[in-house]
Design a binder for this molecule. Structure first.
Ligand code: SF4
Length: 438
């Protein structure tokens, strides 16, 4: 399938499946962390990256890199650097005078503090720093006119790990976006979720990141917790806003039946989750507060300050191809959708045997179209109808005309400026609405 591989830069996801301690609500694939298990796993990850490079017949250019988990912040700086080095992250672009001045300010501040970091080690210094192929493309690179085009490189971070030492190490890597699993600043909520950090420590931890120059921070917030009232949620939202994040992801707690909290709730040993009506009110509050604070609600669960939308995840929602490495990681190289084995042993055997995309499914036109609708309608911008028709050679909703027209009439879907999208009232019940169309 070599000739079918996408030619341009790709969004790349790297999965780290280890956690220090499992959270009782979590049903993701993860394993207890140990250094030796992580090191063995890294060998397999590198092997998989090498196999992909052979399959593509060239170095893979990454438009974004996303380290997700699990708890990828358990990786050492060297591990992150070596993984980044597997991909071509190069390129140059013009820098506006405004950006140039901002970068100079950060650079001077850091020089004074003696904490010069990766982002200020631009251009020529980067070459020495990374024989690791985090590279510059050929061409003229003048300090004042160009900068390294930074692909977005995100690391999911467990707040408990944010210490001065952690941040100092992290600054040696090209990670430029942090997604911090804060969830709440209320200790009762954090205890229920089995998170080890304390609400009062969050501001100090985020300050460490800011002082180190991180200017693209996303915070996770969880709502729909048992006993959570609108006042509790307001407290979380106010505390989050005080941290001035660039991005906030809001997740409704849902418990899989086989998760520890799911089992305890079913046995009556843990309080019930709030009903749908309360959760809908909480979602409405989140939307109102964050939009009033200047955030753009750009995806069902995601809010960003203008220009800080998650570029990596946008590739998913726009059904662009993406590569995924690691156990349980799922990728999309049209028309192939694949999920690596959800088992460390099986995963390492797969790559040791030189295999990739074991059990990949070749999606039919109809399946690919359904996925595109399912993902595209998650974005508040919706789907551009003309482009959709050009791609699929038929109108949006073919075979589901009755459902589409009913949803439009009910005001759950709306068409504006050539785009079809969910209406505000449909956002909280998006799964049901989208389910009607696919
Ligand atoms: S929620 Fe995150 S940190 Fe907690 S167990 Fe799941 S993957 Fe690990």
């Amino acid at each position: 399938m070599g000739q079918d591989l996408p030619a341009g830069p790709l969004a790349v996801y790297i999965h780290h499946p280890f956690c220090l301690q499992p959270c009782p609500y979590c049903s993701f694939f993860k394993r207890p962390w140990s250094l030796s298990a992580q090191e063995n796993y890294l060998l397999s990850l590198h092997k998989e990256a090498e196999l992909w490079e052979q399959r593509f017949g060239r170095r893979i250019q990454a438009s974004s890199l996303y380290f997700g988990g699990g708890t990828p912040s358990l990786l050492k700086a060297e591990d992150i650097l070596r993984l980044c080095a597997c991909f071509d992250l190069g390129g140059t672009e013009g820098v506006s005078q405004q950006e140039e001045k901002r970068e100079e300010r950060v650079s001077l501040k850091q020089r004074d503090r003696g904490t010069e970091d990766f982002s200020t080690m631009r251009h020529e210094k980067m070459r020495e720093f990374c024989s690791c192929r985090v590279g510059l493309s050929a061409g003229r690179v003048t300090r004042n006119a160009y900068r390294v085009t930074s692909p977005e490189i995100t690391l999911e971070v467990n707040p408990i790990q944010i210490t001065e030492e952690f941040v100092r190490e992290l600054k040696r890597t090209p990670v430029n976006r942090l997604s911090v699993g804060v969830q709440s600043v209320r200790d009762a909520a954090l205890r229920y979720l089995g998170r080890r950090h304390k609400g009062e420590s969050i501001a100090g931890r985020i300050r460490l990141l800011r002082d180190a120059g991180y200017d693209n921070i996303s915070l996770d917030l969880m709502y729909g917790l048992p006993g959570m009232g609108l006042d509790d949620l307001k407290r979380d939202l106010e505390a989050f806003l005080a941290l001035k994040p660039e991005h906030i992801s809001c997740y409704l707690l849902s418990l899989e039946e086989d998760s520890p909290l799911g089992i305890m709730t079913a046995e009556g040993k843990s309080p019930e989750l709030p009903d749908d009506e309360s959760c809908a009110q909480q979602y409405a509050l989140i939307r109102r507060v964050l939009r009033e604070a200047g955030f753009q609600h750009y995806e069902i669960s995601n809010f960003a300050r203008p220009g800080f939308e998650g570029r990596h995840n946008l590739a998913y929602w726009r059904s662009q191809p993406y590569l995924a490495l690691g156990a349980s990681a799922a990728g999309w190289l049209p028309p192939w959708r694949y999920t690596n084995p959800c088992d460390l042993e099986e995963y390492s055997q797969m790559v040791a045997a030189g295999e990739l995309m074991k059990g990949a499914e070749e999606l039919s036109e109809v399946q690919a179209e359904s996925d595109e609708i399912m993902m595209g309608l998650r974005l508040l911008e919706g789907i551009e109808l003309t482009a959709f028709e050009e791609r699929h050679l038929h109108e949006f909703g073919r075979g589901k005309e009755r459902e589409r027209d009913k949803l439009l009439k009910m005001g759950m879907l709306e068409i504006e400026a050539g785009r079809i999208r969910l209406s505000s009232q449909a956002l909280f019940v998006s799964n049901a609405v989208i389910g009607e169309l696919i």
